[in-house]
Ligand binder design. Structure first.
Ligand code: HEM
Length: 511
């Protein structure tokens, strides 16, 4: 944050006036100074940008378990090279950007149809098998048209609120499941809580996509569900490896690419099976004269005249996007709440106060739970599900932080580094949700952006937040959550997404 902005905030705080309009004016003035400075000074080239040698980068990536420590490498990189550095290996040349102001500069120049990454092995797989692209992988006009269609059903608050009873029925099953699981242990400990939340995530997103249940939270879990979740996990492990390996290495060491393809094959097959089944049921109803009133996403996609190939790929990608993201956030939330019982009781008190004598919250209940939102924000700051995102600007070179970045360069946005930056957040490694309630810290708005920003940001954000708030409210009403007496500290690791490095075990005490 600029010095001018900080000083003005201080003065206005003392005088008790609203800082918003004035600060925006100051920001514009400071920005214009900044851009004049950039224009005045010589623009540097990538050659002048610091960064590790190819050998050093390869060593970091492969010899030091770097792929699972990519989030840590962001911190190390920033310490060694400052807020921007380049790294290259095989087909990859990437510029790391680890300062919120600079991330903002990149995202403000991302253009009409932002591209996340053009190196994606995800795209290679789709081309290889002749599958379509979904929203995660599509580009250009194709991406734009699916985004507009899905946006109507996933981004509008009213459309999302309509999913609350569907999601609540999934939460009811989760509570029952947690109750059973805790009874299987003498101290009520549930081992590997993330495993339970994977199934919850998959059931939740399936209920939104198909408006029907697929049994992930049943006492006996369908084999295909476990295999789907396992395929996602392995595919994420293989993603970074297959991206880091040049194509010719795939021939020499075929295993990673083969495993990666098998995982995707399974996921596509799983999604197709459920879509075909759902559409068949509908056809039968129509044939027997019954009225069909679908309110589920697959219905909207198929009714919009989208080719079935695109319906399959979009549903596959939405299913995938709704599993680890939800599971990680819930696991870390309960992990931190169990270690901060005072926050846990304040949050429970907030939930009970808002709900009065009801026990099942609605979308409008959770909208008036500021501490709940602060807890989830803080979890995303500490454990951003996507620790490093990316952009490729294809139509022109852009200026960022005084450097000219040629078009088609892969730009890595180091969100983990910015959200753990002491210059942005005091005591950055501690869980302090209150920091989001009294916004004195004045961190840069791009310092923690867990769902991304702008046109290509997370389309599932509203559904995810609703699902998280509904689940956390009910879990806290039913259970006191404590750390496993035998458990210790759990650190995060990168598996494309940021996930717990080992099992999180928690004690659930029935309330
Ligand atoms: C805690 C939960 C979640 C987090 C933190 C999260 C985070 C993100 C982030 C950071 C991106 C990339 C944004 C960018 O590149 O600027 C993204 C994209 C996306 N997310 Fe999520 N996500 C979550 C849950 C979900 C859920 C539940 C769904 C599905 C219902 C979903 C569907 C998607 C899709 C389809 C995209 C690609 C959007 C596009 O390219 O236009 N996400 N998400």
């Amino acid at each position: 944050m600029s010095l001018g902005r900080k000083m003005l905030q201080q003065v206005l705080r003392v005088s008790g006036r609203s800082a918003g309009p004035l600060l925006r004016g100051v920001d514009r003035w400071v920005d214009s100074l900044g851009s004049r400075q950039v224009e005045d000074s010589r623009v540097k080239t990538l050659k002048e940008m610091p960064g590790p040698s190819v050998l050093g980068f390869v060593w970091d990536l492969f010899a030091k378990r770097g792929l699972s420590r990519l989030h840590q490498l962001q911190l190390e990189g920033r310490k060694k090279y400052g807020s921007m550095w380049k790294a290259s290996f095989g087909p990859i040349l990437t510029v790391h950007v680890a300062e919120p102001e600079l991330i903002e500069q990149v995202l403000r120049q991302e253009g009409q149809h932002p591209m996340r990454s053009d190196l994606s092995s995800w795209k290679d797989y789709r081309n290889f098998r002749g599958h379509g692209y979904g929203l995660l992988t599509a580009e250009g006009e194709e991406w734009q048209s699916v985004r507009s269609l899905l946006g109507k059903h996933m981004l509008r608050p009213k459309a999302v609120e309509a999913y609350d009873s569907t999601l609540n029925s999934v939460v009811t099953d989760l509570i029952t499941k947690l109750g059973h699981r805790r009874q299987q242990h003498p101290d009520g400990v549930i081992n590997d809580i993330a495993g339970e939340f994977y199934r919850f995530g998959l059931e939740g997103i399936s209920s939104v996509l198909f408006e029907s249940r697929i049994g992930c939270l049943d006492p006996i879990i369908p084999e295909e569900t476990e295999q789907f979740i396992q395929s996602i996990n392995t595919m994420f492990v293989m993603t970074l490896l297959t991206m880091a390996m040049p194509a010719w290495l795939h021939r020499l060491f075929p295993k990673p690419w083969q495993t990666f393809c098998q995982c995707w094959d399974y996921m596509f097959q799983f999604a197709k099976g459920h879509i075909d089944q759902r559409l068949k049921e509908e056809k039968e109803k129509l044939a027997s004269g019954e009225e069909v009133q679908g309110r589920y996403l697959t219905y909207f996609l198929s009714r919009a005249g989208m080719p079935m190939k695109s319906v399959y790929s979009n549903v596959t990608e939405l299913l995938l996007a709704g599993v680890d993201t939800i599971s990680s956030t819930l696991s870390w939330s309960l992990y931190e709440l169990s270690r901060h019982p005072e926050v846990q009781s304040s949050l429970r008190a907030e939930v009970l106060r808002v709900m009065g004598d009801r026990r099942v919250p609605t979308a409008s209940d959770v909208a008036s739970m500021p501490l709940m939102k602060a807890v989830v924000k803080e979890i995303h700051r500490l454990y951003p599900v996507i620790p490093g995102n990316a952009r490729v600007i294809t139509d022109r070179s852009i200026k960022v932080g005084g450097y000219l970045i040629p078009k088609n360069t892969l730009i890595t946005l180091c969100h983990y580094a910015t959200s753990r930056d002491p210059a942005q957040f005091s005591d950055p490694d501690s869980f302090v949700p209150q920091r989001w309630l009294n916004r004195d810290e004045g961190n840069h708005p791009y310092a923690s952006v867990p769902f991304g920003v702008g046109k290509r940001s997370c389309i599932g954000r509203r559904i995810a937040e609703l699902e998280l708030y509904l689940a956390l409210s009910r879990i806290l009403i039913h259970f006191d959550v404590k750390p496993d007496p035998e458990g210790g500290v759990v650190n995060p690791m990168t598996r494309t997404l940021l996930v717990p490095e080992r099992e999180i075990n928690l004690q659930f005490i029935q309330r």
